[in-house]
Design a protein around this ligand. Structure first.
Ligand code: NAP
Ligand code: MG
Length: 402
């Protein structure tokens, strides 16, 4: 068989622990035999990040800006225990945080749906993608614990010294205070990333906030979304046959639960934090959740939503058999390859990514799955397989499809 040729390299970011093991298995079994894989490799494994004073993460992010598409393995975000375990020079920052700061993107998370694993919400038939604004609000706030009587004010001093002041509250006893912000620039990027993603997926976009209560703060989010939509996207949405829909956050929650799915739900930072965990759990498993970072300039970075599956890795190191689910990591690869195929006009690469997705879903739907899914599936005769055999089972079905 002739291998599929690629034109532009993918930015490949290797990672840590069990997902690093899976990464290699996916490449060896499911990609390299079929594709003349072109990647620019960056080792984001913690050891090499430490060796390069984390410069490798910045270089990888710059490479995504150069080539447009990256695929990332899960990585360790160091804490005190990791500093000791890996003898680190410093408690390096989260690679995802660094990449997000450089690309200025929005994170979209979608579940992988398979027949035999039913969402806890009976009406959900299609994936619901959460788009979380990843800047500001309560995540960049300042807080004061008020100890007693006094007056709290909100003060803004402009560049040329003009002062705008409002009384927040006159305290007659102890209480709490919080100040938060966002910027039009960040909200505009968020809105464009959501509109572009909806067009890419040909799915409706929902956005919700609490503009009836927050008449300036949340209302600004609403206004920015509506202005950008009218000016830049309305025609494109009409052509694609999709809709943009704004409602209040409490109304959105009620509608989401009663919906069939199949849309993108754009959330403010806090709402996205809370709702993405709710949606992921309701769809079944973190191991079946994919994630893509989309920048306003249209750069894409694909990854799994889960971490490095540390507990499984330690078992693996002890020589024990593991049954780690590789679906989300595999879908990160197929997402990136498909996008590369679209950008470089390589239909064979797009078809390959589609067939590989299908083969992996078919494997689970035929009852062959890793341990984490076995307890969720409604299939009677389940064959629980180990990490490696699951990938081999996918390969058998992929070869049949090719
Ligand atoms: P985790 O790796 O997501 O795993 C948490 C638990 O979820 C696992 O112990 C396992 O449960 C289950 N699980 C997750 N993915 C699975 C899979 N593919 N197959 C089967 N089971 C799976 O989270 P963590 O253990 O809290 O974090 C480990 C490391 O990952 C940390 O150092 C953290 O910094 C990093 N992390 C990285 C990213 C990222 O790069 N995007 C995201 C989150 C965390 P059982 O043990 O019960 O089988
Ligand atoms: Mg959270």
């Amino acid at each position: 068989m002739v291998k599929i040729a690629m034109k532009t390299p993918l930015v490949e970011m290797d990672g840590d622990e069990m997902t690093r093991i899976i990464w290699k298995m996916i490449k060896d079994e499911l990609l390299l035999p079929f594709i003349d894989l072109k990647t620019e490799y960056y080792d984001l494994g913690l050891e090499y990040r430490n060796e390069t004073d984390d410069k490798v993460t910045t270089e990888a992010s710059e490479a995504i800006k150069k080539y447009g598409v990256g695929v990332k393995c899960a990585t360790i975000t160091p804490n005190a225990a990791r500093v000791k375990e890996y003898n680190l020079k410093e408690m390096w920052k989260s690679p995802n945080g660094t990449i997000r700061a450089i690309l200025d993107g929005t994170v979209f998370r979608s579940p992988i749906i398979v027949d035999s694993i039913e969402p806890f919400v009976r009406t959900w038939k299609k994936p619901i993608t959460i788009a979380r604004h990843a800047y500001g609000d309560v995540y960049k706030n300042v807080e004061i614990k008020v100890e007693g009587k006094g007056t709290a004010e909100l003060v803004f001093t402009s560049e040329n010294g003009e002062v705008e002041k409002q009384v927040i509250h006159t305290f007659d006893g102890p209480g709490v205070l919080q100040g938060m912000h966002n910027t039009n620039k960040s909200i505009e990027s968020f809105a464009r990333a959501c509109f572009n993603f909806a067009l890419d997926r040909k799915e409706d976009l929902w956005f919700a906030s609490k503009d009836t209560i927050s008449k300036k703060y949340d209302h600004t989010f609403k206004d920015i979304f509506e202005e950008i939509f009218e000016e830049e996207y309305k025609v494109k949405f009409d052509e694609a046959g999709i809709e943009f829909f704004y409602t209040l956050i409490d109304d959105a929650v009620a509608r989401v639960v009663k919906s069939e799915g199949g849309f993108i739900w754009a959330c403010k930072n806090y709402d996205g934090d809370v709702m993405s965990d709710m949606v992921a759990t309701a769809f079944g498993s973190l191991a079946m959740m994919t994630s893509v970072l989309v920048s306003p300039e249209g750069f894409y970075e694909y990854e799994a939503a889960h971490g490095t599956v540390q507990r499984h890795y330690y078992n693996h190191l002890k020589g024990k058999e593991t049954s780690t689910n590789s679906m989300a990591t595999l879908f990160a690869w197929t997402g990136a390859l498909r996008k590369r195929g679209e950008l470089d006009n390589i239909p064979e690469l797009i078809t390959f990514a589609d067939k590989l997705d299908k083969a992996s879903i078919q494997t689970i739907e035929e009852g062959v799955m890793t341990k984490d899914l076995a307890s969720l599936s409604s299939i009677k005769d389940i064959k629980v397989v180990n990490t490696e055999d699951f990938i081999k089972e996918i390969r058998t079905r992929l070869e049949a499809a090719l």
